[in-house]
Design a protein around this ligand. Sequence first.
Ligand code: MRU
Length: 351
Amino acid sequence: MKTETMRWHGDRGGYLELIDQTRLPTEFVELKCRNVQSVWDAIKQLKVRGAPAIGIAAAYGVVLGVQEVPSDTTGLGFFAKLREVTGFLATSRPTAVNLFWALDRMTQTAEANKNCSVDQLKDILLTDAKLIHEEDRQMCHAIGSHGATLLLDGMGVLTHCNAGGLATAEYGTALSVFFTAQDLGKKIHVFVDETRPLLQGSRLTAWELKQRNVDATLICDSMAAQVMREGKVQAVITGADRIAANGDSANKIGTYGLACLAKSHQIPFYIAAPTTTFDLSIETGESIPIEERSSTEITHGFQCQTAPDGIDVYNPAFDVTPADLIDSIITEKGIIRPVDSKTIQSVLGLA
Ligand code: MRU
C-alpha cells in the first residue's frame, strides 16, 4: 500500500495527488488536485492536515495557482497572480504557521528570480515546492533521531492527535520519535488519545502505528488521567502547529489539558516539531490565532447526530500549552531544554 502523504505528478503543468485523510482508516483514497481551489478545499476540509503537510500542500498549491498564467504575461501580471494565489491559500486555515511560512518562502523564491520568464518562474516555483517537501522529510527523520534519545526501553508514551507521516512529508514529528526508538530496538508502548471531535488519533495515528507494528492502545481523551495515575505512561509527546518565541506552543485542542495532567503526575511533556513551526515574530502564545470550526463537527460528527437541535456549541480546534509546562521541544536541530526564548534562539542557531 502506498502511504506517501502527497506527491507531485509531471512537470510544471502537472498536478498534486494526496491521500484523502478524511476517508481513513476504512478507505484509502487518493485525491487529485489540479487547481488552487482544490488544494484550498483539501486543506480547509482536513483532507490534508497537520502543520507541515499543510505547508507542503500550500507550496504545491502555489504552483497550481500560477499554472494558468500565459507564457507571454508581463512580470507585473505574473506577480499580481502570485499575490492573489498566496493570499487565497492563506485564508484556508489560521493556526499552523507552516502554511504562512511556505507561502512566504515561495513568494521570496519568485521575487529572487523576478527577471526570469514566466515559464522559468513556474519551473523555479515547482523546484522549490519539491525542495520544501524533501526538506520536511529530512527534518522528520532528524527529529526522530534526537527524540529517540529521550525514550528508554519499556516506556509507555502518550500522544494526542496525529503528528505522524500523514501530517508531514513522511515519518512524522512525534511519531517519528516512536518509529526511530523502535528501529533502535527500544520497546515502547504508545497510548493514543482518540482526539475529539475529528478523531485524528483513532483514525490516523492508530492506523499509522498499526502499519508500522508499533504496540499501541487507543483511549478516549478523558481516560488520559486515569492511565497516568495507573503508572502506564512515562512520557507525553505531541506535535505543534505554531510555537511562539518564548516556547508557548499551539497544538490540537486537548494538548494543554494533557500537559497539565502530565505536570501533576510528574511525567515529562515533550513537543516534537520542525523549525518551520516556530513563529519568532510573536512573543507569546497569546498572539496565536486559534481556529474555530463548525459546530456540526461536535453535534453531527461522522454523519451521526449526538446533540439536541439548537444547542449552543464552542469548537476551538487548538489550544496553547504554556512553555513552563513543556519539558523539551525536539527539533531537527536538537533538543530545546529548558524551553525559553534564550534556548530556542540558541538551538535554532539565531543567538
Ligand atoms: O487539525 P489538524 O488535524 O490539522 O491538527 C493537527 C495537529 O494538531 C498536529 O498535532 C500538528 O499539526 C502537528 S503535525 C506534525
